[in-house]
Design a protein. Structure first.
Length: 146
């Protein structure tokens, strides 16, 4: 009986050691980024009147293309005070585009998925046409319609 246990141990131990060594020698899986650039959240939320007498409070974020700077390094070195605008140099123009696009809508459009997607496409196209900011997508992480 003791001889069988020693034989089993003599066979199982090298197999276990080889298995662990093989597993540890495998390369780690490469993690592919789903977002290539950076996400820039416009710091001040929007409070906008809609065409149907309702209003919307929303936060807007931009998925910047790879290599597009959000201006944080330049502003950090030259600014020492608090600011209501963010670090993106063309942010006032981007805010105007968002304001003009959303205030022409009604509450039901903003609430529906298809309407919100259409509005985000309109904002994206306007930003691409009117600014030098390289934007991949427009995001609306927070939205309240009342």
């Amino acid at each position: 009986m003791l001889k069988k246990k020693k034989l089993m141990l003599a066979i199982a131990l090298p197999i276990l050691i080889l298995g662990v060594g093989y597993k540890m020698s495998q390369p780690k899986p490469v993690n592919k980024d789903k977002i290539k650039g950076t996400i820039y959240v416009l710091p001040a939320p929007f409070l906008l009147n809609l065409t149907d007498g309702r209003y919307a409070k929303m936060t807007v974020a931009l998925e910047l293309a790879p290599g597009q700077s959000d201006g944080a390094a330049a502003v950090a070195s030259s600014s020492s005070g608090e600011s209501a605008t963010g670090t993106l140099p063309e942010e006032p123009l981007v805010r105007e585009i968002v304001t003009n696009t959303v205030t022409n809508q009604n509450g039901e459009t903003l609430i529906s998925d298809t309407g919100r997607s259409a509005i985000k496409r309109q904002i994206l196209l306007a930003i691409q046409q009117q600014t030098d900011v390289k934007v991949e997508a427009v995001l609306i992480p927070d939205l309240t319609v009342q």
